[in-house]
Design a protein around this ligand. Structure first.
Ligand code: RNT
Ligand code: ZN
Length: 415
């Protein structure tokens, strides 16, 4: 028996919080871990030497994965240090082409992703998928699905179409749905002469991409406020995609918390969307001054995002994916820390007496509400977290970093 957990359990029970129910709920919630933290968003389809599309990794910490085998080994190391259910989020650019095959993003083949399906099955992971509309020579003038050049636009429409087909085949192979997320970098550096035209072309491109009915694919679109080099105008803005999703049943609006104006918060957008959508995919990240994609810390906004998911009984509706990439620190530590922090945020939310707090709000007892909310913060949350790790056979805080450092010495620094 773990004494600290038992004591925490009693304290929480006095407030009407069932720690056992919290642990079970957390154990059932999968986090989709982005493969691209492991190699600085480069991928394997050899389409480009460097990352483009207005997103950036900075730093050159040694040991990054440069082959599928390395990325898989690193990912396996990371997930061995993360408790709970996990998925792997793939980008189309992580295709593993059979020798002699030329590839081509406009004609993706399911076969290129079979090694990932096998990897997922071996490790008990679900898979999510993303067409890759960046880091490629067919991105012309920074444009893809909104390009005025019909050859360019057609190329990327075909990428979108074949990505969905790959996602459907993966779903079939795994026997469970695959989230397929469309994010494009399209925009202009300076004040455009036409803001509507690109959006109408994007709308038409999306209609063509989503025309085919496919089982097992959950489609979503991801908006953004600006990217590096496209500061003045983003085609796929919040209003554009929100309207697109709202008017196209079965297409969902993905919220990336690095993609809004600085005082806007995704925690407030979740309950707004829950009034209309039965699914909300997320990209959880940490923007420092811009969409810098720093490793997720256990910050107030991450906690508030988790609170909105939990207290609205939306654990099944909100599909949590991570999206950050730091090349200046150990990449495996980045994966492990960010994922565990997301899980901690969920556990923190699961350990709150939401019914009582809502009642205080409805009764207009705002003094009591404020005090209760603040005092919850000093409860022994960490003891319940430790118990979660113990039950999941994952290392506790303090124990996993030495294992990453060992792996760094044995594997990463030998590359
Ligand atoms: C970019 C978007 C997008 C990418 C990944 C790699 O701003 O957040 O989701 O980060 O697809
Ligand atoms: Zn994102």
């Amino acid at each position: 028996m773990n004494e600290r957990y038992e004591s925490a359990k009693t304290l929480y029970a006095a407030l009407g919080v069932d720690t056992e129910a919290a642990l079970n709920a957390l154990a059932g919630k999968a986090i989709s871990i982005h493969c691209w933290q492991g190699d600085d968003v480069i991928g394997f389809d050899k389409a480009a030497e460097s990352l483009s599309g207005g997103i950036q990794t900075t730093g050159n910490y040694p040991g990054k994965a440069t082959t599928p085998a390395e990325l898989m080994a690193d990912f396996e190391k990371a997930i061995s240090l993360i408790p709970g259910k996990k998925r792997i989020n793939l980008h189309a650019s992580y295709a593993i082409l059979p020798a002699g095959e030329a590839g081509g993003r406009d004609k993706l083949a399911y076969e290129w992703y079979i090694p990932w399906v096998e990897f997922a099955k071996k490790n008990g992971l679900g898979i999510d998928f993303n067409p890759t509309f960046f880091s490629h020579p067919m991105v012309k003038d920074g444009l893809t699905l909104s390009s005025p050049d019909e050859t360019v636009r057609r190329y990327w429409i075909n990428h979108g179409i074949t990505s969905r087909r790959v996602a459907a085949r993966i779903a079939q192979a795994l026997g469970e749905p695959v989230l397929n997320n469309v994010w494009i970098p399209d925009g202009y550096k300076d004040v455009p002469a036409d803001r509507l035209g690109p959006r109408l072309r994007l709308k038409d491109s999306l209609d063509q991409i989503f025309a085919e009915k496919l089982d097992g694919v959950i489609d979503c679109v991801e908006s953004k406020v600006f990217g590096i080099g496209v500061e003045a105008y983003t085609v796929g803005s919040n209003e554009f995609y929100m309207s697109y999703a709202a008017s196209h049943p079965g297409i969902y609006n993905l919220l990336d918390n690095g993609h809004y104006h600085p005082t806007e918060v995704v925690s407030d957008k979740i309950p707004a969307l829950l009034a209309f959508f039965d699914k909300i995919p997320l990209h959880v990240t940490r923007g420092v001054r811009w969409d810098s994609d720093h490793v997720v810390r256990l910050e107030d906004e991450i906690k508030e995002i988790a609170v909105e998911i939990v207290r609205n009984n939306a654990l099944d509706k909100v599909l949590i994916g991570l999206d950050y990439f730091d090349a200046s620190i150990n990449r495996i530590a980045a994966w492990v820390l960010g994922t565990r922090n997301m899980q901690k945020a969920l556990l923190n939310a699961l350990l709150m007496p939401h019914k009582e707090l809502k009642a205080l709000q409805d009764e207009g007892r705002f003094t009591q509400l404020l005090v209760r909310q603040e005092e919850l913060k000093s409860l022994p949350f960490g003891d319940v977290w430790d118990e979660f790790c113990r039950r999941q056979n994952a290392p506790a805080d303090g124990a996993w970093l030495p294992m990453v450092e060992q792996y760094e010495r044995d594997v990463l620094l030998q590359r």
